[in-house]
Design a protein around this ligand. Sequence first.
Ligand SMILES: [Zn+2]
Length: 68
Amino acid sequence: MTEMNCPTCQKTIEYSKQNPFRPFCSKRCQLIDLGEWASESHKIGGKSAHEEMFSEELEQMIKDSLLK
Ligand SMILES: [Zn+2]
């Protein structure tokens, strides 16, 4: 089996087709990484109203997933 580290939490996980969140260990880590990517892109360029809405939705998703 192939092992790799989750880019978010560095946990060693099995890289397999069974894992729908690969290369992340879980949905939580996937959302955290997406959230960082979104805030990073906001810093670089200007943002449209659509992007603003999207990032608010994403932030809410991240908050929800962290609370669970
Ligand atoms: Zn992880």
